[in-house]
Design a protein around this ligand. Structure first.
Ligand SMILES: O=P(O)(O)OC[C@H]1O[C@H](O)[C@H](O)[C@@H](O)[C@@H]1O
Length: 550
C-alpha cells in the first residue's frame, strides 16, 4: 500500500472501533479480567525462539487483540514488512533500502538491492572481521613496537557506540578476560582521557566506528587518540596502521583520516546507524567474544527475523508488542515505556533501546510530510529493575501516570558466576515476579485495613494496581538470546512506525543542533559574533566566556 493512498490513521474504522472498545473497557481491572477468564494466564503467552513472553498482565481482552490486529491489517504492516525484507527503498526521505536483516542472513540467502545480491558482501566482511578478530585475540596482530594488543578502544557515537558497548556488557561472561575493552563516545575530552589514562599505547588498538566518518565527535576523539598514540610511542604516522582500524561506509574519508583502507571493515548505506551493531560496527564485540559467539548472536537475530517474516498475526510476537504500545499511546495517553531488565549485564540495554526506538519513531509528520495527530514513539527509559525498585518504582506503583513496562529476566545466572553468588539469583528473580504481581493486582483498601493499618494511612498504603507489564523470560542470557531480544525490539519498533505511518529509518531531528553547534563554537573560542544567535543564547555564551576568563 502506497503511503500517499493511505487513509489517515485516526480516520480508519478500525481506529474508531478501538476507541469505542476502550470506552467499553473503562476502568476494568486486571483482577476482574483474570477472574473473568480462568484460562487467561496460559492463554496470553507466546514463544519466539528461546524467549517466553507473557502478556497476560496487559490491559487487553481477546477483543482488544483482535481489533488491534485488524488495525495492523488496515495499515498493511505486513505489506511494509515484506517490502523491507525484499530490499525496497522504504526509507523514502533518504531513498534507501532498510536491510539490517541481510546482516544476519545465511550465506546462501539471496537479497537484492538495485539488482545486486548483497549477501555475499555481508559474509565477505564477516569473514574479514573474523580473521582480524582471531589475529588480535591470539596475539598474532602486534602493535608498532611488536607487542601484542591488550586493549581495544572503540571510538564512535550513537549507533556506532551504543550497540557494541551494550552487547559487550551483556556478554561480558563470554569475553576474553585477558583483553581490556573501552568505549569512547562523548566529545567531552574526559571520556577519552579516562578511557586511555591507564593504558599502554604500545598495546592499544583503536577501532574508529562511524558510518559516515564525518561525525564531529568521533573524528575529534579519533584525532586526539592518534595524537596520544604517536606521542606515547614517540613515533610518526607509520605507527597508525598497526593501531587504528576503521568501521565505515565511507572509504574516502577513512583514507583522508590516515587509516589504511586495508584496515577498514565496510558496511553499506542500507544499514541504519541504530541497526548496525551486527555489521562491521560489531568488530570490537567480535574481538571480545570471538567470531563463533558473534555468529551465534547473528543466528539469534535471524531466528526472530524469520519469525517476524513468517508467523501469522495471531502468534507474531513483534507484532503483538508493537500493537500493545500503539494501544497504550493512543487510548491510555501513555507517554513512556519502561524497560526493566533483571540482569546486571543488561545495564546498558535500555540506553541502546532509547536510540533504537526514540530515533526511529520520534517523529511528528507522516511519510508524506503531513503532521500526525496521534501519538508516535514513547519516551523509553529504565535501568536494571532491582535498582529501580529502590528509586523510581514508587512512581510506577502509586504515581498518576500510565507506564507500560517490559520485565526481562533469566532462569539461570550466567555460567561463570562463582558458586557462592549463584544463590542470590533466586532472590533477584523473586523480586522480578513480585513486582509484576504488585503492579498488576495492587492492594485494595480492605486488604490494607485487614492488616490493622490505621484509617488515616489506608489511602497511602493502597496500591491501585492495574499497571500493564509484559514479562520476557529466557533460560539463559546467551549471545543467541541477546540477538533474539534485539531483533524482537527492532521489529516491534518497525510495527509501530508502520502503523503510525512515519519513516522509522531517517533521523532529521538530530541535524539542527549539529549545525548550530558548528556555528556557536567560534563564538566560544574567539568571541566571534554569531549571526542569528538568539538573545538568551548570546547572554549564555557571554557568561561562559566570562567564567572562562576570556
Ligand atoms: O556512525 P556515524 O556516522 O558516526 O553516526 C553516529 C550517529 O550520529 C548521528 O547523528 C545519528 O543521529 C545516529 O543515528 C548515528 O548513529
Amino acid at each position: 500500500m502506497n503511503a500517499a493512498s493511505r487513509t489517515r490513521l485516526n480516520q480508519l474504522p478500525e481506529w474508531t472501533a478501538l476507541g469505542k472498545h476502550r470506552e467499553q473497557l473503562g476502568d476494568a481491572h486486571l483482577r476482574e479480567l483474570f477472574a473473568a477468564d480462568p484460562q487467561r494466564a496460559g492463554k496470553y503467552t507466546a514463544q519466539v525462539g528461546d524467549l517466553h513472553i507473557d502478556h497476560s498482565k496487559q490491559l487487553v481482552t481477546d477483543e482488544t487483540l483482535e481489533l488491534l490486529r485488524e488495525l495492523a491489517a488496515a495499515t498493511d504492516v505486513f505489506g511494509l514488512r515484506d517490502a523491507m525484507f525484499r530490499g525496497e527503498k522504504i526509507n523514502t526521505t533518504e531513498d534507501r533500502a532498510v536491510l539490517h536483516t541481510a546482516l544476519r542472513a545465511p550465506r546462501d540467502a539471496v537479497i537484492e538491492v538495485d539488482g545486486e545480491n548483497v549477501v555475499p558482501k555481508v559474509h565477505a566482511v564477516l569473514d574479514k572481521m573474523s580473521a582480524f578478530a582471531e589475529r588480535v585475540r591470539s596475539g598474532e596482530w602486534t602493535g608498532h613496537t611488536g607487542r601484542p594488543i591488550k586493549n581495544v578502544v572503540n571510538i564512535g557515537i550513537g549507533g556506532s557506540d551504543l550497540g557494541p558497548a551494550m552487547a559487550y556488557e551483556v556478554l561480558r561472561s563470554y569475553t576474553d578476560r585477558n583483553l581490556t575493552f573501552r568505549f569512547v563516545s562523548n566529545v567531552d575530552g574526559a571520556d577519552l582521557h579516562e578511557a586511555v589514562r591507564d593504558l599502554d599505547p604500545a598495546e592499544t588498538l583503536f577501532v574508529v566506528a562511524s558510518k559516515t566518518f564525518t561525525t564531529i565527535e568521533t573524528i575529534t576523539n579519533a584525532t586526539s587518540a592518534r595524537n596520544w598514540l604517536l606521542t606515547g610511542l614517540q613515533a610518526g604516522q607509520e605507527a597508525v596502521a598497526k593501531h587504528f582500524v576503521a568501521l565505515s561506509t565511507n572509504a574516502g574519508k577513512v583514507a583522508e583520516f590516515g587509516i589504511d583502507t586495508a584496515n577498514m571493515f565496510e558496511f553499506w548505506d542500507w544499514v541504519g546507524g541504530r541497526y548496525s551493531y551486527d555489521s562491521a560496527i560489531g568488530l570490537s564485540l567480535m574481538i571480545a567474544i570471538g567470531p563463533e559467539r558473534f555468529r551465534e548472536m547473528l543466528d539469534g537475530f535471524h531466528l526472530v527475523d524469520e519469525h517476524f517474516r513468517t508467523a501469522p498475526p495471531e502468534s507474531n510476537v513483534p507484532l503483538l508488542l508493537g500493537l500493545l504500545g500503539v494501544w497504550y499511546g493512543a487510548f491510555f495517553d501513555a507517554q513512556s515505556h519502561a524497560v526493566l531488565p533483571y540482569s546486571h549485564y543488561l545495564s546498558k540495554f535500555t540506553a541502546y533501546l532509547q536510540q533504537l526506538d526514540m530515533e526511529s519513531n520520534g517523529k511528528s509528520v507522516d511519510r508524506d510530510g503531513n503532521p500526525v495527530d496521534w501519538q508516535t514513539g514513547p519516551v523509553v527509559w529504565g535501568t536494571p529493575g532491582t535498582n529501580g525498585q529502590h528509586a523510581y518504582y514508587q512512581l510506577i506503583h502509586q504515581g498518576t501516570k500510565v507506564i507500560p513496562a517490559d520485565f526481562i529476566g533469566f532462569a539461570e545466572p550466567v555460567a561463570d558466576l562463582p558458586p557462592g553468588l549463584v544463590g542470590q539469583h533466586d532472590l533477584l528473580m523473586a523480586n522480578f515476579f513480585a513486582q509484576t504481581q504488585a503492579l498488576a493486582f495492587g492492594k485494595t483498601p480492605d486488604e490494607v485495613r485487614a492488616e490493622g493499618v490505621p484509617e488515616e494511612l489506608v489511602a497511602h498504603k493502597t496500591f491501585r494496581g492495574n499497571h500493564p507489564t509484559t514479562t520476557i523470560l529466557a533460560a539463559e542470557l546467551t549471545p543467541s538470546v541477546l540477538g533474539q531480544l534485539i531483533a524482537l525490539y527492532e521489529h516491534k519498533v518497525f510495527v509501530q512506525g508502520a502503523i503510525w505511518n512515519v519513516d522509522s529509518f531517517d533521523q532529521w531531528g538530530v541535524e539542527l543542533g549539529k549545525v548550530l553547534a558548528k556555528r556557536v563554537e567560534p563564538a566560544l573560542t574567539d568571541g566571534v559574533e554569531v549571526e542569528g544567535l538568539d538573545a538568551s543564547s548570546r547572554a549564555l555564551v557571554a557568561k561562559y566566556r566570562e567564567l572562562r576568563g576570556r
